[in-house]
Design a binder for this molecule. Structure first.
Ligand SMILES: Nc1ncnc2c1ncn2[C@@H]1O[C@H](COP(=O)(O)OP(=O)(O)O)[C@@H](O)[C@H]1O
Ligand SMILES: [Mg+2]
Length: 225
């Protein structure tokens, strides 16, 4: 059982004048199998929050722990290992490597742990089958539709069995039908893999399918009725 605890997190960016306060006193908790949508207008700090959760940035104050570990206390090298072991990322614009095949893209996170092992390849094939891409393993990203690219990105995010999956507008570039299919897969796989999932989205249809919803408003996470 994994657990995420965000306790009273603040994030400020320095400016020439007063610092820009993007998050103030954000707290939340999540555990395996649970998911959360974070909604809020453009500029409200959604990506900043995901960057903190994914340890791409550090909070100005407050703490974030995943399975009892606070990555802000780790060295840069240990942070990289923590991130690749514990966190899976899905971006709005897939971030697949254009020169690599679908199978290779899904295996990219496993390279951080040394050489790719046969069981990693088996798991990548399993996940790609699960997202309906078993006949596209050798395709390049440019040869895929938008929905297929995001399905590849979902498989890549899950390859190392992360405790926490973070998705930033995962369906933002997709038409409605494709977005619904990608959302179906993301939620099915989250259940199968028993991960924690946080999705940042403008899409009310996606947000409504999540177990919990919060709105970022003036730097605070508000309950959504
Ligand atoms: N690295 C940064 N340095 C300075 N300001 C930033 C940085 N990242 C984000 N911001 C500012 O923080 C605010 C929130 O940005 P962001 O988290 O990207 O919002 P959202 O994802 O909700 O659109 C914006 O005003 C943005 O300009
Ligand atoms: Mg954003």
């Amino acid at each position: 059982m994994s657990q995420l605890i965000v306790d009273n997190v603040t994030k400020e960016f320095p400016t020439r004048g007063d610092p820009l306060v993007v998050l103030q006193g954000v707290s939340l908790q999540l555990e395996s199998g649970r998911n959360l949508a974070v909604i809020g207008p453009s500029g409200s700090g959604k990506t900043t929050l995901l960057n903190l959760l994914g340890v791409l940035e550090r909070p100005t104050s407050g703490t974030i722990t995943v399975d009892g570990q606070n990555p802000a206390e780790l060295s840069d090298k240990a942070v990289a290992a923590f991130r690749s072991r514990k966190i899976g990322f899905i971006f709005q614009d897939h971030h697949l490597l254009p020169q690599c095949s679908v199978l290779e893209n899904v295996l990219v996170p496993t390279i951080a742990g040394g050489r790719t092992k046969p069981e990693d390849v088996n798991r990548a094939r399993h996940l790609l089958e699960r997202v309906g891409l078993n006949d596209r393993l050798e395709h390049r990203p440019a040869e895929l539709s938008g929905g297929q690219k995001q399905r590849t990105a979902i498989a890549r995010a899950l390859i190392r069995r992360p405790a926490l999956v973070l998705a930033d507008e995962p369906t933002g570039n997709l038409d409605q039908t494709t977005a619904a299919q990608v959302a179906d897969l993301l939620l099915e796989l989250q259940t199968e893999e028993n991960t924690m999932l946080i999705v940042v989205t403008h899409s009310t249809s996606l947000a409504e399918r999540m177990q919990q919803r919060r709105r970022l408003d003036n730097g605070r996470l508000q309950e959504v009725a």
